[in-house]
Ligand binder design. Structure first.
Ligand SMILES: NC(=O)c1ccc[n+]([C@@H]2O[C@H](COP(=O)([O-])OP(=O)(O)OC[C@H]3O[C@@H](n4cnc5c(N)ncnc54)[C@H](O)[C@@H]3O)[C@@H](O)[C@H]2O)c1
Length: 387
């Protein structure tokens, strides 16, 4: 482990914790040459930064991210702040020659995302967007099954991403805790926050989404804004449903809401093809369900009374990422999806490649999100521009 990867992480919230944990664990689980060094922790809130410094062992702290740009002891800037700040930080970091990893959604809109892609590509700096669900072993296995041709001609893709935490009218908008409900800071509601994940996974498994027709709804029209103390219009989408056409000719349905009582982080997808189907549910993340039709037909005799879905416990060392962890039958968790993403990023770095999904992949998802929101406004089917 001759080299150091000196990290400056910006944003001491939910994602700041998951990423800090990943940097701390990287060299325990991934045999990479680089040693992750938690160099600087940065947050506008100094008290939070101090707590993170103590908890995770960062060497020093900053409250102004611009001070990281010329820091000689920083190789990588990791952006874990609300969406409103992604573009400004990422562009400046790339221009300063730093590697940049950024949380999703990449930006507030396509124009910002394009500027970010241009900045990292012109600077030639390694970059990644943290679409961590790709790194759930069961989801990576779904991708492997598709690549092996076991699904055959795809017909349908179906995704749900459901939560319930904004049902009460008393939930305010804006401020530190609820910036996601303030379109000025989040860009959009469930479309950018939740469906961005579903769209990234869908396009990774089933190729580009070319056209969409969407309907959004804002169920509670006004909420108290934490910063002004006044009731103000809510301008995010509380719920979004859209129909999609994929370039491969298959059709998709996507639904997301924060008003599905009882659902906390219910993220599922199903892909149906001529030769098979896969189904995933994040509430049982170690399982991938697989129905294989082709193999049944090619056998000497189809034992139809034994046909059915297989529930694959993705814990064997042959399953994606699992050879890094424990013995077969034992599971890993949510936090490992970030560790796996970081491991992929560093391995790609050492191979002279750019890990996927990079900012350009994040731009493709942003294009679909923007087309979805515009379609909901206009009521029209719209091209996404994703090729
Ligand atoms: N990959 C995922 O599954 C996933 C999950 C949750 C959030 N996210 C994304 O991660 C990002 C952060 O979300 P979160 O839930 O961690 O937010 P959070 O509200 O928990 O934390 C954000 C932190 O950023 C700090 N901050 C705000 N503006 C800042 C600035 N200008 N400079 C420095 N610090 C600043 C805040 O003080 C806060 O500590 C968002 O883009 C979000 O969409 C991704």
């Amino acid at each position: 482990m001759a080299k150091e990867l000196r990290v400056a992480l910006i944003g001491c919230g939910f994602m700041g914790r998951t990423h800090s944990n990943a940097y701390r664990r990287l060299n325990n689980f991934f045999p990479v040459e680089h040693r992750a060094v938690l160099k600087v922790i940065c947050d506008v809130n100094a008290a939070k930064a101090r707590t993170y410094q103590d908890t995770w062992g960062y060497e020093r702290l900053e409250t102004d991210w611009t001070r990281l740009l010329n820091a000689d002891d920083v190789d990588l800037i990791d952006i874990c702040v609300p969406n409103r700040y992604h573009r400004e930080i990422a562009v400046a970091a790339a221009r300063a020659g730093k590697m940049v990893c950024c949380e999703k959604p990449l930006a507030m809109n396509v124009a910002e995302a394009e500027e970010m892609v241009k900045a990292v590509e012109e600077a030639g700096v390694p970059n990644m967007i943290w679409f961590n669900y790709r790194r759930v072993p069961a989801i990576s296995l779904a991708r492997q099954i598709v690549e092996e041709g076991r699904i055959g001609r795809p017909f349908h893709y179906r995704a749900l991403y459901l939560q319930d935490y904004t049902i009460s009218e008393d939930v305010p908008q804006g401020g530190d805790a609820l910036w996601r409900l303030d379109a000025k800071v989040a860009g959009s509601g469930v479309t950018g926050d939740l469906l961005a994940h579903s769209i990234d996974t869908a396009m990774w498994l089933n190729g580009p989404i070319t056209r969409v027709a969407a309907r959004t709804e804002t169920f509670i029209k006004e909420r108290r804004h934490v910063e002004t103390g006044r009731r103000e219009p809510v301008t995010i989408d509380d719920a979004c449903m859209f129909l999609a056409e994929f370039a491969n000719g298959s059709l998709g349905t996507f639904e997301s809401t924060r008003y599905a009582r009882g659902r906390k982080n219910y993220n599922t997808f199903e892909l149906n093809g001529a030769d098979g189907s896969v189904f995933f549910d994040l509430e049982e993340p170690e399982y991938l369900q697989f129905f294989e039709y082709k193999q049944l037909q090619s056998g000497k005799k189809t034992e139809s009374h034994l046909t059915g879905w297989r529930k694959i416990h993705t814990t064997n060392s042959e399953h994606p990422y699992m050879n890094r962890y424990w013995v077969p039958g034992t599971t890993i968790g949510y936090e490992h999806t970030f560790l796996n993403a970081l491991g992929d990023f560093v391995m790609a770095l050492e191979a002279g490649a750019c890990a996927q999904p990079d900012f350009r992949a994040g731009l493709q998802t942003q294009k679909v999100c923007d087309a979805v929101l515009e379609s909901a406004r206009s009521g029209l089917w719209l091209e996404t521009g994703v090729a």
